[in-house]
Each structure stands twice: as structure tokens, then as C-alpha cells.
Design a binder for this molecule. Sequence first.
Ligand code: UD1
Length: 339
Amino acid sequence: MQKTVLVTGGTGYIGSHTVVKLIEAGYKNVLFEDFSNSKPKVLERIEQITGVRPAFVQGDVRSLEDLKKVFDNWKIDSVIHFAGKKAVGESEREPLLYFSVNVEGSIVLLNTMKDYGVKEFVFSSSATVYGDPGYDEFDESTPLAPINNYGLSKWMVEEILRATYKADPTWSIALLRYFNPVGAHPSGLIGEDPNGIPNNLMPFIAQVAVGKREKLMVFGNDYPTRDGTGCRDYIHVQDLAEGHIKALEALNSKPQLLTVNLGTGNNTSVLELVKAFEKASGRKINYEIAPRRAGDKAAYWTNPSLALKLLGWKTKFGIDEMCADTWKWQQLNPNGYPD
Ligand code: UD1
């Protein structure tokens, strides 16, 4: 029987790529979105790629009334919860906003699910829940010690989900801790479309390549790494989206609480990513060395073995594909999605 998945934040960066995979895997989707950090155009692009226009409700995850429009009209089998605020700097300036949208929003959503008897839940967590444990290869037993409000909000929701499962083990819950998602759909029709100046490295590099920004600031070249610049575990958004399909399949096989890191196990420095992007785009990426950014760790990546064991999932794409697909998206959409 065809399952129906509610995808909150379904037109966002990771949400939209996951919706495409869900449609391809035979799921029916209902998207729930407030468009605070995404565009309605994404719905059209999803239809262009898959031939299917997903059902869609506009609303706020903190509003029971808005959520009821979904649960009263569709028989939902599972929920993938992407909707949330995700900028670390902003979370330090606006803590209440982050705790309201990310934590309160999750509670309202989970309560609504409970009322309607829906107990399958996939949560977008983040490697940010780990903070800095004093070593670089994180696994799922690495202590949770977030160092910013964004990370704290993800950790709080994780705790709420652990408590929910403990009180009622008929829930089936996946906590997916993402490393650094980059890349785009190979069609170039959907991709990352940050508001304003990008906070993250890959979209910044892509905007330099396309001529939107003059140069990249490399935040520190005196870290104890191969070339002195920060190293991260970049994961292709297509692999990440696939990880959600595998998590849903696992949750469906038996009620459980599943916690996995989603990353490649590799790491790439800032300057290595610049080189790879130059190769993929044929463009020169101008950069300048700048001071370290506060709160940045020199290097971290995941040990990817638990995801393979529990989900039968591992990444397929490397840095070259991540850059090539980002470049295709950026070239076709130099100013992001049209309004
Ligand atoms: C950031 C967030 C993290 C979030 C992740 C999503 C912070 C402190 N952390 O991680 O919570 O889950 O994005 O992908 O913001 N860099 C530059 N110049 C730039 C931008 C970045 O040199 O203009 C460097 C950084 O110092 C870092 C690397 O590039 O070494 C990656 O940075 P970024 O893409 O922002 O990701 P994270 O900081 O790892």
C-alpha cells in the first residue's frame, strides 16, 4: 500500500531533495511549509523532475490549527520533520526564536501526531549536537555538548524524542545527525538558495564562481590540519536524501529509536574544496585568508559505520560530484529561485 509522508520544511534545501527521492520510491507526500526560507517555485521544480506535484499546505509548525489542515485531510503514516531555523549566528542573537520554532514547533507537531495516532517520526538533527569533544572522528556515542543555541535546540528536541520513546515504545523514531550537506540535484533544478550572504562555505564558493561575490574569506589558515584550513565531512544532499528513505524503511520494519550520523567518513579542507570547485567549474575562485571564525573547530567528520549497519546506507558521491552538481545549480540559477 502506498504510504503517505508528511514532510515539514518540504520545499527547503534538504526537504526538497528528499521529497524527490520519496516520490521516486513510491511514497505519497504532503508538504507543510511556511516559506520563511524557501520559495513556492520549488513545488514546480519538484514536478518538473518527477512529473508529480506534491500536495501542499502552508502553515507554521507551532500552529495546531495549521497542522490540523494536514491531519484532517490526509491519512498520514509518517512524518519527516525538516522545518526549523538553522543559522548558528542568528541563534545567538535570537535564542527565543530558535527555541520557539525548533523546540516548541516540534512539541506541537509531536502532540498533533499523538492525537491522530501517527507514531513514525524522522528528525533532522545535526552534528552540531556534539560540540567539541576533544577529538575529530565523531560517532554516535560521542558526548552531546552543543556550544550554540542552534545546537542546543536540536539537542533539546532529541531529548524530547528519547523521552517520548521511553514512555511509549510503540513510537518509531529516527534521529539523523547530518554532517555538512552540500551539492544539488543533478538536473540543476533544485539546490541550496540561501537568503542574503551565505554563512556556509559551499554556497559562498559557488557565488564567487558565478561572479556574484568578489572573493571568499578563508576563516583561518593556522589550524593543525593538512593545509592549516578547517576540515569538514561534506555530504552530497542526494546521499543525505537517500539516508531518509532508508531511515523510513527501518522505522517501518519495527518500532525503534534509531540514532545515526549521516556523513561520508572523509574530510575536506577549505582550500581543497576551493581547488575541487575550480576544477568542476573551470572558474578561478579568488580568496583571501582572514581570521578564524569564533566557535569553529579545526576538523571533524563522522565514523559512518553505524549508518551502514543499521540502515544499510552509505554515501555514493565524492567531492567532485558535490562541486559539479552545485555548479550546475548555480549556473542555471545564479540568483537562486525566482520569486
Ligand atoms: C555550519 C554550522 C553547523 C551547521 C552546518 C550546516 C557554524 C559554527 N556551524 O557548520 O551548525 O550544521 O554549517 O552545514 O556555523 N568557511 C570559510 N569561509 C566562509 C565560510 C566557511 O573559510 O565564508 C570555513 C569554516 O571556517 C569551516 C568550513 O569553511 O572551516 C565550513 O564552514 P561552514 O560551511 O559554515 O560549515 P560548519 O561551520 O562546519
